[in-house]
Design a protein around this ligand. Structure first.
Ligand SMILES: Nc1nc2c(ncn2[C@@H]2O[C@H](COP(=O)(O)OP(=O)(O)OP(=O)(O)O)[C@@H](O)[C@H]2O)c(=O)[nH]1
Ligand SMILES: [Mg+2]
Length: 393
């Protein structure tokens, strides 16, 4: 990459051609020049072609905890690598069981602490709650049948459901509903997770993981990092020699608090984190592809209206109604307005920098078709950014 020079080929060529004189000696040397010029030209073209074939995009995928970074990488595994075979799926079963345990632990643990507290609809299930709270946290807990029976029963309790519907008031993993809904299926010894289960399964990332894949002869090296605060100091290791950054934000976090700092709003944390990435001195030349993720849950929350964006972002009250979304003209106007508001929060930070850009996309990382489409757009952006970088060198 670093050996690339600004192009002067056309100008030089024209000047040389224009000066071809008539004398024999001069004509001979002019002929030699021409041959050399042609050779240089071919060599340049070959070099360029080689570069095109070897085009490699190194991309760190950053964002706050639980924003969907690892889920996006799983989609790359599904779309461009070998996906998940039976044995890889089977390996995820312990994580999925832990997701059920963690989900039920959080919900039933929160019930007495909510304001106002929530009671079980069936007080006789308290012994199931006690079992989940006290036994299932043991290190060597082996998920016996009765654990799943208790979880299935509790999940149907109206009190548990009410506490679940208030999960923005405490910390609950996103996958809780997905796996508690299929608790009886997961309990079976022959249970084999499907692709959606793999995508939904939550495992916190600690460290840096590289995934390499090729799409139409272009190589991608994506780096998945941990998003929680104490993980972020490691990110600098993957900020060198990159094409662009992918920044993932969970838009649905507008009504929830940060796991590692319950005084901080999740979406506000994400916006502030984006500011530090945009202003990071190692990334001054780099464009950012912004994934405004978890659009499915964001949409559900906005349209249900149980938690309102203006209750967390006062300025939303005065945010104007934009025209219909050209890609989605039939979308509910309120949803279009909420989406634009969040996007503008990020765009405002990235404004006024001619060298690089922020490219926002609305995404649902658990939806393979959505990511296929969005990533096709990203490939075009990355190619353009890469070429612009080459020309600058
Ligand atoms: N409904 C929904 N769930 C999502 C979406 N994206 C991710 N999730 C879920 O959110 C949870 C967290 O996603 P991860 O990909 O593990 O988040 P992460 O950014 O890698 O988190 P860290 O590793 O802690 O930094 C998982 O259970 C995902 O299945 C989405 O667009 N919609
Ligand atoms: Mg992760």
């Amino acid at each position: 990459m670093s050996c690339f020079r600004p192009k002067t080929k056309d100008g030089d060529g024209e000047v040389a051609n224009g000066k071809v004189p008539g004398s024999g000696k001069m004509a001979k040397s002019a002929g030699k020049d021409k041959a050399k010029e042609r050779k240089d030209d071919i060599e340049k073209k070959l070099k360029q072609e080689k570069k095109q074939h070897a085009m490699t995009h190194k991309i760190p995928v950053v964002g706050a905890g639980e924003s969907g970074k690892s889920t996006l990488i799983k989609q790359m595994q599904i779309l461009y690598l070998t996906g998940y075979d039976d044995s890889a799926r089977r390996e995820k079963v312990p994580d999925i069981r832990r997701n059920i345990r963690d989900g039920m632990l959080s919900i039933t643990g929160a019930m007495p602490n909510l304001n106002p507290p929530v009671q079980l609809e069936h007080p006789e299930y308290q012994e199931y709650v006690d079992y989940v709270q006290n036994e299932s946290t043991a290190k060597d807990f082996d998920y016996p049948e009765k654990f799943f029976e208790y979880c299935c029963t509790l999940w149907k309790d109206k009190g548990v459901q009410e506490a679940f519907s208030r999960s923005n008031e405490y910390q609950l993993i996103d996958s809780a509903k997905w796996f508690l809904d299929k608790c009886a299926e997961v309990a079976k010894p022959e249970y084999l997770p499907d692709e959606q289960d793999i995508l939904r399964c939550r495992v916190l990332t600690s460290g840096i993981f590289e995934t390499k894949f090729t799409v139409e002869k272009v190589m991608f090296h994506m780096f998945d990092v941990g998003g929680q605060r104490e993980e972020r100091r490691k990110w600098i290791q993957v900020f060198h020699d990159i094409t662009a950054v992918i920044f993932v934000c969970a838009c649905s976090g507008y009504d929830s608090r940060l796991r590692e700092d319950p005084t901080q709003n999740r979406l506000k944390e994400s916006i502030e984190l984006f500011r530090t990435i945009w202003n990071n001195r190692y990334l001054k030349q780099n464009s950012v592809i912004l994934f405004l993720n978890k659009q499915d849950t964001f949409q559900e929350k906005i349209l249900k209206g149980k938690t309102k964006l203006e209750d967390f972002f006062e300025e939303y009250k005065n945010y104007p109604q934009p025209g219909p979304d050209s890609e989605n003209p039939k979308e509910e106007p309120e949803l279009t307005r909420a989406k634009s508001f969040v996007r503008d929060k990020f765009q405002a930070i990235a404004q006024g920098d001619g060298q690089r850009r922020c490219y926002p996309h609305y995404t649902t990382a658990v939806d393979t078709e959505n990511i296929r489409r969005v990533f096709a757009d990203c490939q075009t952006i990355l190619r353009r950014v890469y070429m612009a970088q080459l020309n600058l060198l």
